[in-house]
Design a protein around this ligand. Structure first.
Ligand code: AMP
Length: 368
């Protein structure tokens, strides 16, 4: 076990395993590019060790360059990806292969694809040493993968926790001993999804959004999707039995989770009771329910804006939005009293910068 700042990490991947994965990628790329002179572009800072060992294993003509993007602060993915060091010059007509240390949600990758799609490189490939396939939601397929890993926070071999740990030769995983289960509470548009993304990285939790699960099922034309669609289209709640069963299934898919963030669930007293019973049967419990508070008019404006970007039909019509607020006021708002009675209800101001709101939420979770 090692300690970096305030967190404890346990050994996860040995140096030999990592180097074997690097060599595997190098031999695959050798087979494809040995007759070309590709430009390898390392993504700083995390990929520096990978690039170094990769180049030792790739003994054919090639060029090396680096880009620098930034999206992480501590354990938290801020969601904002900045370009700090730009694409190399002279890439016209060349084969470019990006060397990434880890691909998780795909946000950084999206920015990279965008950066390179504006150049006149001949082709553009991605090699990533580690790949969190469970949470990757990008469209680009990763061309070369060293190792698929689960969605846990790792450090070492170039990867850091708040800038420490990059010099470790092995990879370590965050050691979380106590489970944290949170309910994010708030009206549509309050920022539950955005904040869940931040919290899940920071506390190594699994995020379950019932709305997202329904949308996924609708997109894939499943029976569940067909059933939920008419309710969702009107801005009504999907019946409890359907939603509760689905939620249980999502929890059971993740037996090793260090905790869950329930986003958009529970929305009725029956759901809250079912959740308590279900968690109780697994020796688990809700530790806190955190409400993101915001004024209705601000929420309507946010949702209409989101609807333009996401294409979500329930976000494009003020009538449907107001209906969702009515559903919330009638069926979900009473849950405040339900959780207050258990001493678990916390309220947070949901207006402000995303990072400010994350800090307010973090302050609550850190007291648990
Ligand atoms: P959301 O993405 O959380 O705003 O959810 C979008 C829609 O999915 C809601 O308006 C409901 O129709 C449905 N939905 C999501 N979660 C639940 C739930 N816990 N209970 C019932 N319906 C839900």
């Amino acid at each position: 076990m090692i300690k970096l700042h305030d967190k404890v990490f346990k050994p996860y991947l040995k140096e030999e395993e990592i180097l074997a994965a690097v060599k595997r990628i190098a031999s695959e790329i050798t087979a494809d590019y040995k007759d070309d002179t590709p430009i390898f572009v390392g993504v700083l800072n995390g990929a520096f060790m990978f690039v170094s060992d990769f180049l030792k294993a790739y003994q054919h003509p090639c060029q090396v360059s680096f880009v620098r993007l930034s999206s992480y602060q501590g354990l938290t993915s801020t969601g904002i990806v900045e370009t700090l060091l730009d694409v190399p010059e002279d890439i016209e007509g060349r084969s470019v292969i990006i060397l990434e240390d880890v691909i998780d949600t795909g946000r950084t990758l999206k920015k990279l694809v965008h950066l390179f799609s504006q150049t006149n490189a001949k082709e553009f490939k991605i090699a990533s040493l580690f790949y969190k396939s469970d949470i990757y939601n990008g469209e680009y397929t990763i061309d070369y993968v060293g190792m698929e890993i689960p969605d846990t926070f790792i450090v070492g071999y170039g990867l850091d926790y708040k800038e420490l740990g990059r010099n470790l030769r092995e990879v370590y995983q965050l050691n979380q001993t106590t489970m944290i289960n949170l309910v994010l509470f708030g009206k549509p548009g309050a920022g539950k999804g955005t904040q869940a993304d931040v919290l899940k990285e920071k506390y190594n939790l699994k995020h379950i959004s019932t709305g997202d699960v329904f949308r996924y099922n609708i997109k894939n034309g499943t029976e569940l999707g067909k059933l939920a669609k008419s309710f969702m289209d009107r801005g009504d709640l999907v019946p409890d039995e359907v939603t509760i069963d689905m939620l249980k299934e999502e929890v059971e898919k993740n037996p090793d989770a260090a905790g869950f963030i329930f986003d958009g669930f529970p929305r009725t007293t029956a759901q809250a009771e079912a959740l308590d019973n279900f968690l109780g049967s697994k020796d688990m419990e809700i530790n806190a329910t955190i409400a993101l508070e915001a004024d209705d008019n601000i929420l309507v404006a946010r949702l209409l804006e989101r609807g333009k970007l996401s294409g979500r039909t329930d976000d494009q019509d003020e009538g449907k939005i107001r209906n969702r607020f009515d559903e919330y006021n009638q069926k979900t708002a009473p849950l405040k009293a339900y959780y207050e009675k258990q001493g678990k209800f916390h309220s947070v101001n949901g207006i402000g910068e995303i990072s400010e709101i994350s800090e307010r939420l973090g302050a609550v979770v850190d007291t648990l």
